[in-house]
Ligand binder design. Structure first.
Ligand code: URA
Length: 238
């Protein structure tokens, strides 16, 4: 990687600021001052310092967000606020994107990363990573509905879903349920509920596999994954 890119990617300023750092002889590679930003460095082997402080290169970023309603799961949009708009520059410079989409009105667990391979593993139905949602649903969900979900239901476009698990927390005119699905079709939970004649009024993702939403995160807040969470996620890449 070019030295100037490495310095910009590790928060040492804009291209112009990085150029100034180099010119002022503040940057060394393997203890030798380097003024040329186009020099290539091996991020694993070469020791780069700025004012004697080692530069730690990080390729990937993994963030857990409690997605609030009213923002869209995209990186940019000309009209709507996106989940990436909620990040600070320090995270944005890694160019993270949301892993799988949550609808604009859906809340809860959203992973943002720039690790495309992990994103694929988490969303691929082949990997069978369960996504669990809490939902408030208009209409009384019954044992028959639970059985229908277990068998898989037919969506409005004729698609037969994979089996899903439905747990009824509280029945009644407005049922409270948890549902686990293993794929991520467009509006899947809402459409599965529609398939059994119910309407989702509130939807929040609680978990993806063994990655659980941190309850201390307020809507719109995010944090880096803990080491254990990251170990779990990276185990899916294998
Ligand atoms: N299913 C939906 O219907 N919406 C979501 O946001 C996620 C799953």
């Amino acid at each position: 990687m070019r030295l100037d890119k490495l310095l910009a990617n590790t928060g040492h300023g804009s291209r112009k600021e990085v150029k100034a750092l180099l010119k002022k002889k503040q940057v060394s590679v393997n203890l030798e001052v380097v003024k040329d930003g186009s020099v290539h460095v091996d991020t694993k082997r070469d020791e780069v310092t700025v004012d004697g402080q080692p530069v730690h290169y990080q390729q990937f970023i993994y963030l857990m967000m409690n997605k609030p309603p009213d923002v869209i799961s995209a990186t940019e949009d000309s009209r709507e606020r996106t989940v990436v708009d909620l990040l600070q520059e320090a995270q944005k410079r890694f160019q993270p994107f949301p892993v799988g989409r949550l609808d604009k009105d859906t809340e809860g667990l959203l992973l943002l990363t720039n690790d495309g391979k992990l994103a694929h593993q988490l969303t691929s139905p082949k990997k069978e990573v369960g996504k669990t949602y809490y939902a408030e649903v208009e209409g009384t969900l019954t044992e028959e509905d639970r059985a229908a979900f277990k068998a898989g239901v037919k969506l409005d476009d004729g698609y037969q879903t994979m089996p899903a698990e439905l747990t009824i927390i509280e029945g009644g005119a407005m049922s409270r349920v948890e549902i686990t699905i293993y794929e991520g079709k467009f509006h899947q939970v809402k459409r599965m509920m529609e398939a059994v004649g119910k309407k989702v009024r509130f939807l929040k993702r609680l978990s993806m596999g063994s990655l659980y939403l941190d309850n201390t995160l307020k809507p719109g807040e995010y944090r880096e994954l803990t080491e254990d969470e990251l170990t779990y996620c990276l185990s899916l890449k294998k």
